[in-house]
Write a protein that binds this ligand. Structure first.
Ligand code: THU
Length: 164
C-alpha cells in the first residue's frame, strides 16, 4: 500500500496588488452581485468570466422557494458562456460575495458542484485552465492553474469508459 498526496496552491494578495486585468474582472464580479436574487440566504454572489476574445460575461446566484432549484453565480455565468459562446475558451473567472454588511473580507470559494462544472469547461476547451480570482476586501486569492488544484480525483467522461 502506498500513500498518495494531492497538492493545492494559490496566491494571496490585496486588492491593490491585483493586475489590471484581474482587477477589471473582480470589479465585474462585484457588479454582478447587483443581479443576485438571494432573498433566502441574504448572500449575494457575483461571478464574471473572461472569454478568449476578452469579452466579459456575468452571473449571479438565483435562489428559489424550492431551495434546490436555485443556482450558484458561477454556474449561471459558465452555462451562459456555454450557451452563447461555445467556441470561445473561458480564460478566467472572478467571484465576489456580498452580505448586508458589504463585500466579504475573505473570498467566497466555489462550491463543489461549481468546481465540477469548471472542470468540464476546461475539458471542453481542450484543457485550457481557468484562472480563478476570488475577491475579498481583506485578501484576494488567485488560483492560476485551474481546477486540478481545486478538485483532485476528478470524475470525468473518461471515468465512465468500460475497462476490460
Ligand atoms: N453560492 C454561489 O452562488 N456560489 C458558490 O460557490 C457558493 C454558494 C450561493 C448559493 C446560494 O444562493 C447562496 O450562495 C448561499 O449558499
Amino acid at each position: 500500500m502506498k500513500e498518495v498526496c494531492f497538492e493545492s496552491k494559490m496566491q494571496v494578495c490585496s486588492e491593490a496588488e491585483l493586475s489590471a486585468e484581474d482587477k477589471q474582472l473582480a470589479d465585474a464580479a462585484r457588479e454582478a452581485c447587483d443581479g443576485s436574487y438571494s432573498p433566502y440566504s441574504g448572500f449575494a454572489v457575483g461571478a464574471a468570466l473572461r472569454l478568449s476574445d476578452n469579452n466579459i460575461l456575468k452571473g449571479s446566484n438565483q435562489e428559489n422557494a424550492a431551495y434546490p432549484s436555485g443556482m450558484c453565480a458561477e454556474r449561471v455565468a459558465l452555462y451562459q458562456a456555454g450557451a452563447l459562446s461555445p467556441q470561445k475558451a473561458v480564460k478566467s473567472l472572478a467571484i465576489a460575495a456580498r452580505t448586508k454588511e458589504g463585500f466579504t473580507p475573505h473570498p467566497c470559494p466555489p462550491c463543489g458542484a461549481c468546481r465540477q462544472v469548471m472542470m468540464e469547461t476546461e475539458t471542453r476547451q481542450g484543457g485550457i485552465p481557468i484562472r480563478l480570482i476570488l475577491y475579498g476586501t481583506q485578501a484576494c486569492y488567485i488560483i492560476e492553474d485551474g481546477t486540478k488544484f481545486l478538485l483532485p480525483l476528478q470524475f470525468e467522461k473518461e471515468t465512465m469508459k468500460i475497462h476490460p
